[in-house]
Design a protein around this ligand. Structure first.
Ligand code: SF4
Length: 208
């Protein structure tokens, strides 16, 4: 078995399969949640969206709101000024360009304000059950490099390396599993290498 697959199989044993980190009931709710989750914990996002979606949860609703009123609902989230602007713009784009429906393909999703390739990957997988690639966030980026799965310095290039390394059946899992490992063991500042189940495969293993 290849090293890349052995790593993922070990981690799947530890963290299980797919879990939804962000809570949502519609593709649009996920678009907003993904947007809010940049530089913010899923736990906080879920807390905020739970209350916010009781008041407004459609592109039509957000498109009609003032940015300042959106800001008030998400003020406990990091970068809420920018994110409120993105929510308003994105909602307006969905209404004007996509008939009020979240587009279900990468190209159109990436035209939406505040949605880049990483977010579009998550939306395609979680909302449309269509895995188009591997979302490379800060955890996936860091751990892929530490494990030697990629030596690239840009998330998009790391994604290309991961897509080549893993058969498609692994794609939906790689993002979730590496995020779990990044949060629990392979932390940015102090990775817990002594208790890491995949240390045997790691170039970065620290013994101190
Ligand atoms: S051995 Fe250390 S650096 Fe390597 S994956 Fe495990 S925790 Fe991360």
């Amino acid at each position: 078995m290849r090293k890349s697959e052995a790593i993922m199989d070990e981690l799947i044993k530890l963290y299980g399969g797919l879990d939804n980190f962000l809570e949502f009931n519609t593709p649009f709710e996920l678009v907003i949640a993904v947007m809010l989750s940049a530089q913010c914990t899923d736990e906080r996002v879920n807390k905020v969206t739970k209350e916010m979606y009781k008041k407004v949860n459609t592109p039509k609703g957000f498109a009609k709101m003032k940015v300042e009123d959106i800001e008030k609902m998400i003020s406990s989230i990091s970068y809420y000024h920018t994110k409120a602007k993105h929510i308003k713009e994105c909602s307006t784009q969905i209404m004007e360009n996509y008939g009020g429906q979240v587009p279900n393909n990468m190209k159109d999703l990436m035209t939406l304000s505040g949605i880049g390739r990483k977010s579009a990957n998550v939306i395609m997988l979680e909302a449309f059950n269509d895995c188009q690639g591997i979302a490379v966030d800060t955890h996936v980026f860091r751990i892929s490099k530490r494990l030697g799965l990629s030596d690239k310095n840009e998330p998009q290039k790391v994604e290309q390396d991961l897509l080549k390394l893993y058969p498609k059946k692994y794609w939906p899992l790689v993002n979730h599993i590496l995020i779990s490992h990044g949060r629990n063991v392979c932390k940015a500042q102090s990775p817990d290498c002594k208790n890491c189940t995949i240390s045997q495969y790691c170039k970065f293993y620290k013994n101190d």
